[in-house]
Design a protein around this ligand. Sequence first.
Ligand code: ZN
Length: 680
Amino acid sequence: MRDRWNDDEADGMSPLELLAYGSRLIGEEPSLVLWGGGNTSLKVDEADHMGRTIPVLRVKGSGSDLKYAQVRDFAGVRLGDIRWLLGREAMTDEEMVDYIAHCTMEPQGPRPSIETLLHGFLAPRAIVHSHADAILTLVDTPDPARLVKEIYGDRLAQVAYLRPGFAMAKVAYEEVERAPEGIEGLVLLHHGLVTWGDTMEEAYHRHIALVTLAEEAIARAARPRARARAAPELRRNRFLVRLAPFLKGALSRRDPHVLMFDGDEAVVDFLARPDAREITQRSVATPDHILHTKGVPLWLDVADDLSDAALGEAVRHAVDEYEAAYAAYVERYNHGRYEPLSPEPRVILVPGLGYFAAGRTLAAARVPLDIYRHTMGIIAGAQELGGYHPIAEPEAFEVEYWPLELYKLTLRPRPKELAGKVALVTGAGSGIGRACALALAQAGAVVAAADLSPQGAAQTAAAIEELHGMGTALGVTMDVGDKVQVDAGVDAAVARFGGIDIVVSNAGIAPTGAIVDLTPAQWEESFRINTTGHFLVSQATLRVMRRQGTGGAFVFVVTKNALVPGKEFGAYSCAKSAEAQLARIIAIEHGGDGIRANMVNPDAVWTGLWSEEVRRERASAYHIAVDELEDFYRRRSLLQRVVLAEDVAESVLFLCTERSSKTTGAILPVDAGIREAFPR
Ligand code: ZN
């Protein structure tokens, strides 16, 4: 493992800044810690609230991530108060949390790590604790003590597995007291590594050096394995796109979930091992992971040549069995103490294909996806060292339902209204489509932003990712009048997010000209985009929604002209009327599937919508100057207001959410009030 300490970067930093710097180096290395795992500390002298200089332990706050560590993220606790506890024999978790709360330097500061006592009891000034993959590979084996002794001799003490807390900290302290002079750290069996030093720099260097020794031992034990014979990529991709919606649906029966997928070579090879099914059902590599991945993944062995009906049945059956097994596991150990967590799997392994991770949000799905990727490497390595042998099921339960771990969950923001939903918006590169895509993302949906213009699609997706996080949007290039492009775009969205729940069918063109002047090509192009485009998008996404079996919402962006046509707008108005009829037919044909189809009728939306040419044509049709157009449209509305793309997006959003769950086949005008265009 590369030692990333950089003297130039570290130059001139205070001890606490070095603590934060070293912590970031640990956090930035995913094979050391993932998603909030691990913790670090430094013992310093500080002035207390009365101005007396006292020894203080600065330790990572609970639930914060080392990757982003800043000095303010380290909670201060009075070291004397912590060390006084060494005289105690036992302490419950509640007593411990209450006690530590009384020791904090800043009453409003971050809550100290659940491993605070471990950091406080150990004497060295700087302490680094990680869940390094290589260390877990050693300590999740049948005889980890022997392996650790072989590799590290007297450099590291060892502590048998105990759940973090008072007892574990006390045992660790006693082990270190008994250990020979000069040890550099200790191994927590089935859990991770602790190193220390006089400075953060020393503790960091030792950490990397000791992990590297483990990596070298693992590399020596590794034997070459035959590559798996996987199906061709095209065939796997087709299966992924067919399977994912069934899975998304089965996992969304309580709350909507999005999926993330990884099916690269190493994953497919791992899942092809003859022992893969058995070894993946043996709990987590370190206790900290269980909150994110649950104890075991779902093993979903389904053939890619099953019919849709059989595939759906197989997926639902597998998820049902997993949930029943989870409920039985809770029953075995809970004894009525805690409210059971939601039973659906977080990680789903599909041999021959790859693996999925599920979450209420994309960010929540990414965590188990990343963790399990590392878990596969740990399991494979441990198998070479005598067998993967992590903590046992009763211990796993005590961690999963440990109130101090569950506390971390309460730090997460509440899921937004459209959390877990996947939206496809066509014509999302500009105007109404872009406004809708941004509004849906703001409400918590992940968004496939489709547009004829690759740049337009990419820009909207980038704007969403900027606001809501990496991977929350996907730019898709799509000519909605081209079936091949529509199918490919819908497949890309499904492969990325697991399915589609919401469709804003918005892409359109606005050709002008009197009937007597229109060429057949102009007429047909309007129908290709403004009618057939909506049909193709609907058909492709309806198939996905039916596989999911969790309903769906379509919103068709139509136009006031569908009800009140204007002259010299025939090719447009006729095609848009057909779009409105399509929306009604979908409402009729798919009401039984819980799929709603509604329309918005905007009028004269100005922001970036009409080309200069259209503006000239419209002005001439009404015998006014181009610069009088806005005023003309504003005055003819009852409310005498200009309609913006954001106004349309607000109505679209309403029709996409459960707030309109009893409404289908309806038209919502967004035209500032046009008497002739009242739907009737
Ligand atoms: Zn830990």
